[in-house]
Design a protein around this ligand. Structure first.
Ligand SMILES: NC(=O)c1ccc[n+]([C@@H]2O[C@H](COP(=O)([O-])OP(=O)(O)OC[C@H]3O[C@@H](n4cnc5c(N)ncnc54)[C@H](OP(=O)(O)O)[C@@H]3O)[C@@H](O)[C@H]2O)c1
Length: 338
């Protein structure tokens, strides 16, 4: 008998909606939580725990990880492992946990890209760090032009056969290679569950390049990452760069992207959000969720308050034609260099 140190909120599934993931048995919460930033070794574990527990208490049962999330590669998975062995242990079957490999993780030729050797070894390491026996979904984190796509896909198939992942997914594949990979996986009885890409009001590449349509047509779910464009699509930068923000850290979000043109468009978007009775973050998430082809969006957060704010996006997911036109006139077909 496990003595629970945390007891999940009994009504956690009441306030969240769940959407079917492509043609599969899986439903995902409309909001999922990503551990790319703010969950690694630089963050006190109590804060990591508070954010993860608030998410789960709110019906967010999908946690998105990768081998190199931190910062300090691997430390987001290590912290998640601490969560699994403490607070989340009784809830493993209620959780949908992902990991990925495809970006740089360790030195040498076997710690990057899409070889069978890298994917197999990386997942073994991730499972150890996270204190779990299997992940619910394992992704090829990016397309590797130098490795035959068949090798990468066969590694995913075999990972499922070994029981180390229940489902597989792809992230950031070009359309043609995604189509080839979907076919390979389906022919080997391990259909791709999810395609993951950056998609938000500012960056519409997966829509413009037909990846959302392709995935939908093939029965593969679509999950958006960086739905708030790393914080640009929130109130965070409307009046300068806060010292505790991602942009102030100047790693994955550079201050140069905040041009006067982008700032002006964001301010107009913010005015519109206020007219709708939403924060800019909420409206940006609602915009994504108004498309039924989007299975879920993976939010990032640096505080419990941000998760609470983002959750309210679920309350108003309707956009009038005029509102869609206004958003498109500010952002569609424009390259803000993000
Ligand atoms: N497959 C891939 O290649 C890939 C790549 C990138 C990300 N991802 C996944 O997607 C997840 C989300 O990415 P992301 O962190 O870039 O997502 P995001 O939701 O676009 O940005 C999250 C950041 O926005 C700010 N924020 C969030 N809610 C806010 C609110 N209500 N008010 C004000 N600011 C708010 C916070 O910035 P501050 O930290 O400044 O407070 C937060 O850290 C990652 O954790 C990862 O799981 C996948």
């Amino acid at each position: 008998m496990i003595a629970p140190v945390y007891s999940a909120y009994p009504e956690r599934y009441e306030s969240m909606d769940y959407r079917r993931c492509g043609r599969s048995g899986i439903q995902l919460p409309l909001l999922s939580l990503g551990l790319w930033h703010n969950f690694g070794s630089h963050k006190p574990f109590e804060e990591v725990k508070a954010m993860a527990c608030r998410a789960f208490d709110s019906g967010i049962c999908h946690f998105d990880l990768a081998n190199n999330y931190g910062p300090e590669y691997g430390t987001a998975e290590e912290n998640f492992g601490h969560l699994m062995s403490s607070v989340f242990k009784p809830y493993r079957d209620e959780l949908f946990i992902s990991s990925k490999a495809g970006w740089d993780m360790w030195p040498g030729p076997y710690g990057n890209w899409g070889s069978r050797k890298y994917l197999m070894a990386s997942l073994d390491q991730s499972l150890k760090r996270m204190n779990i026996d299997y992940v619910d979904i394992f992704y090829s984190h990016r397309y590797d032009p130098a490795t035959p796509v068949e090798e990468t896909m066969q590694a995913l198939v075999d990972i499922v056969r070994q029981g180390k992942a229940l489902y597989v997914g792809l992230s950031r594949y070009p359309k043609e290679q995604a189509a080839k990979a979907y076919k390979y996986l389906a022919e080997h009885d391990v259909p791709c569950l999810l395609y993951q890409d950056r998609y938000n009001i500012i960056d519409r590449r997966p829509q413009d390049q037909g990846l959302i349509d392709l995935s939908y047509g093939e029965g593969v779910g679509f999950i958006s990452f960086s739905p708030l464009q790393q914080g640009l699509l929130t109130g965070r930068y409307l009046n300068g760069i806060p010292s505790d923000s991602r942009m102030a850290r100047n790693t994955s979000l550079k201050p140069e992207v905040l041009t006067p043109e982008l700032l002006e468009a964001l301010r107009r978007l913010n005015d519109m959000a206020l007219r709708r009775g939403q924060s800019l973050a909420q409206m940006s998430l609602s915009w994504l969720l108004s498309d039924p082809r989007v299975t879920s969006v993976i939010i990032g957060a640096s505080s419990v308050a941000q998760i609470d704010d983002d959750l309210k996006a679920l309350d108003n997911r309707y956009f009038s034609e005029e509102e869609i036109f206004e958003i498109d006139s500010l952002f569609a077909g424009k390259d803000f260099g993000v």
